[in-house]
Ligand binder design. Structure first.
Ligand code: ATP
Ligand code: MG
Length: 241
């Protein structure tokens, strides 16, 4: 097994609950309700993975698989500025692939794996979001098991890619209200994707809204870290303390 590299989220306390950052060689999943910072964290990681090892980076390029049309080069420029990186060079090191259907999303992995092998080093593969297209394409009654089967194949390919190339695979996931759980204060939410996604994700992070503009990250599943929460902020320069 290759030595895993930790990529900074941009926030020290957030990194601390992850044991240093988002790790290479496995899948990390972040889920949360709308506007909790999933896409902003994705943009931040697309930049920080390019930093030197001594700065919490991975000295590698990034693939950003965009399934919702949310990738914004302007955000990358601002985040690159904050970390003292050249904006154009940073953008050049992010390969953006757009998928409009779940089968296209799956098929993209083959050419992307070839790209990683030939034009590396790559350190980060982001999918924002992993399941949105599957939910649209398999929305009919009785299609759930087929959806989960296809999703499972996709996730095994991603796990293999993470391990073979020592890449951090970062998946954005949606969540839904959990009817089985009750809280007086806020709806209890759970990630979508069922057991298939739960098993594929090595590390799971729940992003929540906190007081005012504050956000909260909670590590809910990790191979090496306890459950813990950290506050963070979304700034013009990306995720920060
Ligand atoms: P969704 O589920 O809708 O995709 P998300 O979890 O991906 O939501 P983000 O798009 O990452 O959410 O975060 C949106 C939040 O980020 C908004 O509250 C917005 O105000 C904040 N935000 C976006 N750009 C900036 C910026 N340049 N400076 C500060 N905050 C920003
Ligand atoms: Mg988003």
């Amino acid at each position: 097994r290759k030595r895993c590299i930790k990529i900074t989220t941009g926030a020290k306390t957030f990194d601390a609950i992850l044991g240093g950052g988002v790790e290479s060689g496995s899948i990390t999943e972040a889920y949360g309700e709308f506007r909790t910072g999933k896409t902003q964290l994705s943009h931040t990681l697309a930049v920080t993975c390019q930093l030197g090892f001594d700065q919490g980076g991975g000295q590698g390029k990034c693939i950003y698989l965009d399934t919702e049309g949310n990738f914004r080069p302007e955000r990358i420029e601002k985040i690159a500025d904050r970390f003292g990186l050249d904006a154009d060079a940073t953008l050049d090191n992010i390969i953006v692939a757009r998928a409009y259907a779940s089968d296209q999303q799956c098929e993209l992995l083959k050419p992307l794996a070839a790209l990683i092998a030939e034009h590396g080093p790559f350190r980060m593969l982001i999918i924002d979001s992993i399941i949105a297209l599957f939910r649209v394409d398999y929305s009919g009654r009785g299609e759930l098991s087929e959806r989960q089967q296809k999703l499972g194949q996709h996730l095994s390919a991603l796990t293999r890619l993470a391990e073979d190339m020592n890449i951090a695979v970062f998946l954005v996931n949606q969540c839904t209200a959990d009817p089985g759980a009750m809280s007086l204060f806020a709806p209890v939410v759970k990630p979508v994707g069922g057991n298939v996604l739960a098993h594929a994700s090595c590390t799971r992070i729940h992003l929540k809204k906190g007081r005012e503009n504050c956000r909260v990250a909670k590590v809910v599943d990790s191979p090496s870290m306890p459950e813990a929460e950290a506050q963070f902020a979304i700034t013009d320069g990306g995720i920060a303390d």
